[in-house]
Design a protein around this ligand. Structure first.
Ligand code: KIV
Length: 271
């Protein structure tokens, strides 16, 4: 029997059951009420209120500028829209790297003020103290390894991570440490597919990939990318399910034309 089809509300336990029974987990980012409603109604397992909001919603070059208050605003808009999906909220850069008490107070603010169901944090052993403290407060934590965009200035580029043996071995160690600490799932971003497969076989918690191949327990994409809203971002891992940039642009142009010509509004569109 399908775990996915029979749940009214997805929980971290549902995701573990899905991994155990070999059912793939679907996850997509969402940042606002209207989009989240459509995503939830479509049957998505997880909506990630990603700090990619910094890029796609606010137009920043990196994810670093977005604040805790702004993440809470996006997350609370998403939470008001959903019935079934699990809502995971990214902890933004600067809200958890200082010390574990600061990390806990940021996570508590997210849970209390947004109503989200879990938080996501980038990093491995170096943030383990913070992860453990947050978990002790009963807040579920999703890990994020591989390409971690909050560290872009340390890495310098967005190229594939962990291609060399040493970095790959470190990543596996980090994944085990996150599992041992009690994380309920891990996102692996932009790493070789063979390494992602090894991680998914090594740890028993769900592994969600983005640019990490198909041999993991689920997939995540940024909603604006998969809808083709942003036509300037075309990495190899991205499958576009629509070309909304073109469709929206034609709709906007048609509206401008109708306003300019006086064709809109017509008699049936007025009181
Ligand atoms: O912020 C985000 O959108 C993410 C995904 C790319 C996993 O962290």
């Amino acid at each position: 029997m399908s775990v996915h089809k029979n749940v009214k509300k997805v929980t971290t336990h549902t995701l573990q059951e899905m991994k155990n029974s070999g059912e793939k987990i679907s996850m997509l980012t969402g940042y606002d009420f209207s989009m989240a409603k459509i995503i939830d109604e479509a049957g998505m397992d997880i909506i990630l209120v990603g700090d990619s909001a910094s890029n796609v919603m606010a137009g920043h070059e990196t994810t670093l500028p977005i604040t805790l208050d702004q993440m809470i605003y996006h997350a609370s808009s998403v939470v008001r829209a959903i019935n079934r999906s699990l809502v995971v909220v990214d902890m933004p850069f600067g809200s958890y790297q200082g010390n574990s008490l600061e990390a806990l107070s940021s996570a508590i603010r997210i849970m209390k003020e947004s109503g989200g169901h879990a938080v996501k944090m980038e990093g491995g052993k170096e943030i383990l103290d913070s992860i453990k403290r947050i978990l002790t407060a009963g807040i579920p934590v999703m890990g994020h390894l591989g390409l971690t965009p909050q560290s872009i200035y340390k890495f310098g580029t967005y190229v594939v991570r962990a291609k060399e043996d040493e970095e790959a071995a470190n990543l596996i160690e980090d994944a085990k440490a996150l599992e041992d600490a009690g994380c309920f799932a891990i996102v692996l971003e932009k790493i070789p597919a063979a390494l992602a497969k090894r991680v998914a076989e090594t740890v028993s918690i769900p592994i969600i990939g983005i640019g990490a191949g198909g041999d993991v327990d689920g997939q995540v994409l940024v909603v604006h990318d998969m809808l083709g809203i942003n036509n300037e971002f075309n990495p190899r891992f991205l499958r576009k399910y629509n070309n909304l940039h073109e469709q929206m642009s034609s709709a906007f142009k048609a509206y401008i034309k109708d306003v300019q010509s006086g064709d809109f509004p017509n008699e049936s569109e007025q009181y």
